[in-house]
Design a protein around this ligand. Structure first.
Ligand code: FAD
Length: 317
């Protein structure tokens, strides 16, 4: 079922969902089930699975020369989605990214998803590869999420890349990302917002936000969207702080601000166990406020570690 239908059917009740990372290469599907099983009691209507582009590693030859080798650390997104649908009978939402795919490969991936009965996709540009200073599009692929979105919208209209004879229309419900605190490459909030508006005008059906810890940023962002005619569901992305190191790593990686009261509470902890408790309690209060505001879904970035999310969901749902 489409995410927009799940939200409509909930009649204003806030739903629970979460995101998983495919395990690193060499792990078993049971690792995924271990990350999902503890959260199923909260009845997620859908589960997202991230997509990870290839990185480069360097192999040294006996003569000392280094060879650059392309390597995907976390393969398996589509297969994990199929396994989730099969085992849990809930919708799985694969993330689709520009990086690493030609347009032909994207079209073939979308056909696979259709055949698997996947109704929703989250369309993204994707992160830069580790060794690259910024995002480098794959030759023959897309440079921005808007370009990839156009391809999915075209497929929904029955427009394939080359041969349209007898083409069936797909019917994907399409999500896009948004940044209540601005995407880090955007020169200002207005420019970033204009591209988001473009994505919605092109046909995106729902929005999932980057994580944030100050609800006011989400409230202001939702109001900005509504004032500018964006009516689609805006799903807040959430992640509890679980270690003191994240006071530095989260702002660095995700370009967000951590509220002063949260920062102070964490720095005054005397153990990592206490930090985790502070992070969970803070997120519980954040969730209560988001529900009061009318957030359609609370979507947790579990990083495949279900423990903290389970504690929060127990207090909320
Ligand atoms: P875009 O919308 O393409 O935006 C990128 C930048 O370009 C922005 O600054 C924007 O303002 C600007 N821009 C947008 N459109 C245009 C245009 N047409 N012309 C010029 N400029 C433009 N990464 C992964 O690799 N795998 C994942 O599974 C993944 N999942 C994510 C899930 C969520 C909910 C979020 C919020 C992020 C996720 N990411 C993932 C990270 C994401 O790929 C990065 O944040 C990336 O840098 C931007 O992706 P985007 O889709 O927002 O890009």
């Amino acid at each position: 079922m489409k995410i927009t239908e799940h939200i409509k059917n909930a009649n204003g009740k806030t739903l629970f969902s979460f995101e998983l990372l495919p395990p690193v290469k060499g792990q078993r599907i049971e690792n995924i089930y271990d990350a999902i099983d503890p959260l199923m009691e909260f009845k997620p209507p859908f589960i997202d699975v991230t997509y990870h582009r290839e990185d480069f590693i360097y192999k040294q030859h006996p003569n000392g020369l280094l060879e650059q080798v392309s390597y995907r650390k976390r393969p398996g997104t589509v297969a994990i989605c199929a396994a989730i649908i099969n085992r849990y009978k809930v919708d799985a939402v694969p993330h689709l990214i520009c990086g690493g795919f030609t347009k032909e490969e994207t079209e073939n991936a979308l056909i696979d998803l259709q055949f698997l009965g996947i109704d929703n996709v989250l369309v993204l540009r994707g992160d830069a590869r580790k060794g690259d200073a910024s995002f480098i599009p794959t030759p023959g692929g897309h440079a921005y999420a808007t370009d990839l979105l156009q391809q999915v919208v075209n497929l929904n209209r029955g427009v394939y890349l080359h041969d349209n004879s007898d083409a069936q229309k797909s019917d994907f419900c399409i999500g896009v990302a948004a940044y209540p605190e601005k995407h880090f490459e955007a020169p200002n909030m207005k420019t970033d917002f204009d591209y988001l508006k473009m994505k919605i005008d092109m046909g995106a059906n729902f929005i999932v936000t980057q994580m944030f810890f100050d609800n006011q940023k989400y409230f202001d962002f939702v109001n900005l969207c509504r004032e500018n005619g964006i009516t689609v569901p805006i799903i807040p992305g959430l992640k509890p702080i679980t270690s003191s190191k994240q006071l530095v790593s989260l702002p660095k990686i995700f370009h967000l601000d951590l509220p002063e009261d949260l920062t102070k509470a964490i720095t005054s902890c005397t153990s990592e166990k206490d930090v985790k408790e502070v992070g969970i309690e803070f997120m519980i209060e954040q969730c209560k406020e988001l529900i009061k505001f009318g957030a359609p879904v609370l979507h947790f970035y579990t990083m495949s570690n279900p423990g903290p999310t389970k504690r929060i969901a127990e207090a909320i749902f």
